[in-house]
Write a protein that binds this ligand. Structure first.
Ligand SMILES: [Zn+2]
Length: 327
């Protein structure tokens, strides 16, 4: 969220906000019993509802649960979001790939790694270069073909929640910016855990955009609901892992407030084009300049962001293991 952001659309919650609280609409949007989404309008960890409004965007509100998760309400209809659509610029995958692999390597030096949502294979190539054996899973058939061709590895076409990859197979796994998109993040983490060996390490990167101090909300950029269904803070990641039968091993946080503020300033300067791009779901910078822009942006996020004081929006590298029953 926020990297190619439009003007800050995160609004202060307000009890008297007239825009959206149409109860009939919200009630109608609750899932039917046949729905596969059991968490609609409820925190995916606590399974409670009725939390306070933290943000509004379009037809959606984000509710902040006591556990730290902000969740979308109402839940978009099942099947209304295409998991193959990816709005990130390639540099978002390419520039930090080595740092992401290095994170996994802190916990697992070698072995078979599952690259979840491998996209065009930027992380895949970096992981192979670092000595891992890699297999992928990716819903977009064109990208599956690209990775198979470029990296000559097996790639399953599909979603991790429905994967037929064997259980207990992998030494490590990685995904980036998927947690906010899974229809049920607890179910998705369980599905990942099932694919891992007992001593396998589950690594991922996730944005921390929930529960932001007020001064950061205006700068945090678009929430991009309903593409993003959930927003997390650091404590809620631990709750989420716990709910999925996992245990946090380590978390490294990068402060992305500066990169977000730079984005917001650029958007303000080139407002018309940026707003049009945001509406069309396109990256803010395109063409030849985009690589330079996103590389600078990635340096602000991961180079500078690692050393800034804690606070404001962040992106986090996370490592977790399965919580095995004591024998
Ligand atoms: Zn909760």
């Amino acid at each position: 969220m926020g990297r190619r952001a439009g003007r800050a659309l995160l609004r202060r919650s307000s009890a008297k906000g007239p825009r959206l609280t149409n109860h009939t609409h919200l009630e109608r949007s609750q899932p039917t019993e046949k729905s596969t989404l059991q968490v609609s309008g409820k925190c995916p960890v606590c399974r409670l509802g009725g939390d306070k409004i933290a943000l509004r965007e379009g037809d959606y509100i984000g509710r902040l649960c006591g556990c730290g998760i902000t969740y979308i309400d109402p839940q978009p209809p099942v099947g209304s979001i295409d998991p193959q659509v990816d709005h990130h610029h390639r540099v978002y995958y390419e520039a930090p790939a080595a740092a992401r692999v290095a994170w996994v390597k802190r916990f697992k030096q070698k072995g078979l790694l599952l690259d979840i949502g491998c996209g065009d294979g930027e992380f895949t190539r970096a992981a192979i270069g670092a000595g891992f054996e890699v297999e992928g899973i990716e819903p977009n058939p064109d990208r599956v073909a690209t990775v198979k061709k470029r990296s000559a590895i097996p790639v399953e076409q599909g979603l991790i929640e429905e994967s037929s990859l064997p259980a207990g197979r992998y030494d490590a796994s990685f995904h980036v910016d998927l947690l906010s998109h899974f229809p049920d993040p607890v179910a998705a983490l369980r599905a990942i855990a099932e694919k891992m060996r007992d001593d396998g390490v589950i690594c991922f990167e996730v944005g921390l955009f929930s529960n932001l101090p007020l001064r950061w909300r205006r700068l945090a950029g678009r929430a991009n609901m309903p593409t993003h269904l959930w927003f997390f803070d650091a404590p809620s990641i631990e709750h989420l892992l716990d709910a999925a039968g996992l245990k946090l091993v380590a978390m490294r946080r990068y402060k992305v407030g500066v990169s977000t503020a730079v984005s917001a300033a650029l958007v303000a300067m080139r407002r018309e084009r940026a707003v049009a791009a945001t509406r069309a779901g396109l990256p803010m910078a395109r063409g030849r300049a985009s690589g330079v822009y996103y590389r600078f942006h990635m340096w602000l996020r991961y180079g500078l962001g690692r050393w800034l004081p804690i606070g404001g929006p962040q992106t986090a590298f996370v490592a977790a293991v399965r919580r095995l029953p004591a024998s």
